[in-house]
Design a protein around this ligand. Structure first.
Ligand code: UGA
Length: 443
């Protein structure tokens, strides 16, 4: 099949490369010429495991191409994926200008039947706006061309995006006409695994299902964070509580980890956008507003602990920080807890030596002017002379460090563990003062 993907962010690029890998011919469009040039020269603008090889393989095979030519892109694919960003407006609602601009271009230049697929996370009702925008463009040039609009939300996780696309839990196809449904079924047939993964539903339900999934997961996290804070006061241990409830199959094990709050480009934005959508339609989504407020507070929880240990005034204090990315296996720092923690530490006068296996460049971009931050190349470099180590991302390489060395090289052996990757009892054995989230740290 001939496919156009509009937007080469992580959703667009991963989708385009995976669709090419099963034999489709894919043309990826982006308005950013620098990005397209990088891609054409074999560079990958994001950190995503498995993606560079996948892109290279399909570019070499001639099935994956990149362009900035809007007209050529609209004329190319029978299926036109819209995978552009929907950044939050100031009021928390998703900004649809890029989605609608993509729809406008498709309407302006398409020359035959098109299935236009919303893959970006967009508020309920967006497919109708996309449909109307294309209709306007067609009317303006007096063209009568048939098209369908489909909602096909993406469930990729950063760091596992290729695997998620290739082996999906489910593929949601929101469509209101048979022609589009048949086309989407055919397109996704190679990704079925051993049984059908396709769920066909109406467009609005598909749009809402995407928000529902992320809001449910974010709710679980905020719930566990709230309980973790209570556990600290009660002298209980959230890790024990987690195991006690996760073993109930109705609850399950996933997304029950308390920590320093959820980040990334999806949960924070989508929870806010859903609350906003509710409000616009006269529904106050109190639960989700609380999920968001708890998360905002949780990102400061580690700093609260630092302040309780070292005092409000942190001038002259130096901290080692491990983990800048919002989660492991990505260089993405959007809404990362590290940003909030760093800003608070700087505001109180502390200096920080930070290490992250992938996000140092991003940190330098964000905190470029900040002289109190040094990004180092190795985890142990950060430790030297630090008053405490703060862990904010559970990268695998942080799990079993040389604790003897950590204790020896720090000014004082104190660890604040924002992801509960260490055991309080083990830390005690090494003579390290340990603060987790919701853990029984001092028996
Ligand atoms: C999330 C969803 O998991 C994907 O299914 C969805 O497709 C994607 O958003 C999206 O809408 O595009 P992602 O943001 O990449 O994916 O990352 P997650 O692995 O879900 O982690 C989100 C945040 O939750 C991270 O900051 C992570 O540290 C935090 N988290 C996760 C916890 O604090 N506790 C947990 O138990 C799990």
């Amino acid at each position: 099949m001939r496919i156009t993907v509009v937007g080469t962010g992580y959703v667009g690029l991963v989708s385009g490369a995976c669709l090419a890998d099963v034999g489709n011919d894919v043309l990826c469009l982006d308005v950013d010429p620098a990005k397209i040039q990088t891609l054409q020269q074999g560079g990958i603008p994001i950190h995503e495991p498995g993606l560079p090889e996948l892109v290279r393989r399909n570019v070499e095979a001639g099935r994956l191409r990149f362009t900035t030519d809007v007209e050529a892109a609209a004329r190319y694919g029978t299926v036109q994926f819209i995978a552009v960003g929907t950044p939050p407006d100031e009021d928390g609602s998703a900004d649809l200008q890029y989605v609608l601009a993509a729809a406008r271009n498709i309407g302006r230049y398409m020359d035959g039947y098109r299935v236009v697929v919303d893959k970006s996370t967009v508020p309920v009702g967006t497919a109708d706006k996309v449909r109307a925008t294309i209709a306007e463009e067609l009317a303006a040039r007096g063209a009568a061309i048939d098209y369908s609009v489909v909602s096909n939300p993406e469930f990729l996780k950063e760091g596992a995006a290729v695997e998620d696309f290739m082996r999906p839990d489910r593929i949601i196809i929101g469509a209101d006409d048979e022609r589009a449904i048949d086309c989407m079924r055919e397109l996704y047939a190679p990704f079925q695994r051993n049984h059908a993964r396709q769920l066909v539903m109406d467009v609005r339900s598909a749009e809402l299902a995407k928000y529902a999934a992320n809001a449910m997961l974010a709710t679980r996290i905020s719930f566990m964070n709230e309980l973790a804070n209570l556990a600290e006061t009660l002298g209980a241990d959230i890790e024990q509580v987690r195991q006690g409830i996760g073993s109930d199959p109705r609850i399950g094990w996933h997304f029950l980890y308390a920590g320093c709050g959820y980040g990334g480009s999806c949960f924070p934005k989508d929870v806010k956008a859903l609350v906003r959508t509710g409000r616009e339609h006269g529904h106050e989504l109190g639960l989700l507003a609380a999920v968001e407020a708890i998360n905002r507070r949780q990102k400061l929880r580690v700093v609260d602990k630092v302040v309780r240990r070292f005092g409000e005034d942190l001038r002259g204090r130096h901290f080692a920080l491990w983990g800048l990315a919002f989660k492991p296996e990505t260089d993405d720092m959007r809404e990362a807890p590290s940003r909030v923690v760093l800003e608070e530490l700087f505001a109180r006068g502390a200096t920080v030596a930070a290490y992250d296996p992938a996000a140092s460049r991003e940190a330098r971009r964000i905190f470029g002017q900040e002289t109190r931050l040094g990004c180092v190349e190795r985890p142990m470099q950060a430790i030297e002379g630090a008053d405490a180590l703060i862990v904010l991302t559970e990268w695998k390489e942080f799990r079993s460090p040389d604790f003897e060395r950590i204790r020896a090289q720090m000014r004082q052996p104190v660890v604040f563990d924002g992801r509960n990757i260490y055991e309080p009892a083990v830390m005690r054995r090494y003579g390290i003062e340990y603060f987790g989230i919701g853990r029984r740290c001092r028996a």
